[in-house]
Write a protein of this length. Structure first.
Length: 172
């Protein structure tokens, strides 16, 4: 399991530090079955930011998402893998920061495609990418690359009890 190497309580109102297990377990339980909206922010070659929605899921303690090879986000990640992913979970807003790298090994592609299928997206592996009869318009045309986010930091702000705000740092 990915565990933080350090944590920092960001709460100003006396709430306790939040455990990493809280957002991690929600991600594991709610993806891909719940209707969660993930946004990935990447950096353009000229330094300007770019944000776009992605179909993301938590599999085997890691966040994966898809994107077509011709999309701006895929082109940005090819030049600079640094990115952040934001999502509103049950009772918590979460931002994950790190590096997203393309996954091409067949075993991982098959495992992740199987999880996507449990959520209703009929993904299959074709060569070193995923394909399906449909995807979000922002994903571009098939095939779709699969990316794995290597976590560097995460920040969670809980809007439900127990409240709090915490930063988790992960060893690089």
């Amino acid at each position: 399991m990915t565990e933080p190497s350090s944590t920092r309580n960001l709460d100003r109102y006396g709430s306790a530090e939040l455990p990493w297990s809280r957002p991690r377990d929600i991600l594991a339980e709610d993806t891909p079955g719940e209707d969660l909206t993930f946004f990935v922010a990447t950096v353009r070659p000229d330094g300007r930011p770019h944000s776009a929605g992605v179909g993301a899921i938590w599999v085997e303690d890691a966040l994966y998402f898809t994107s077509g090879p011709g999309t701006r986000k895929s082109r940005n990640l090819a030049a600079n893998p640094a990115c952040s992913v934001a999502v509103r979970l049950r009772g918590m807003d979460l931002v994950l920061e790190g590096e997203a790298h393309r996954v091409t090994d067949t075993d991982t592609l098959e495992r992740v495609a199987a999880v996507y299928r449990t959520g209703g997206w009929p993904a299959t592996v074709e060569d070193d990418a995923l394909t399906a009869p449909f995807s979000a318009p922002s994903a571009g045309p098939p095939p779709w690359y699969l990316y794995r986010l290597t976590l560097h930091t995460a920040v969670g702000v809980a809007g439900a009890e127990p409240n709090g705000a915490t930063r988790w740092d992960f060893t690089r």
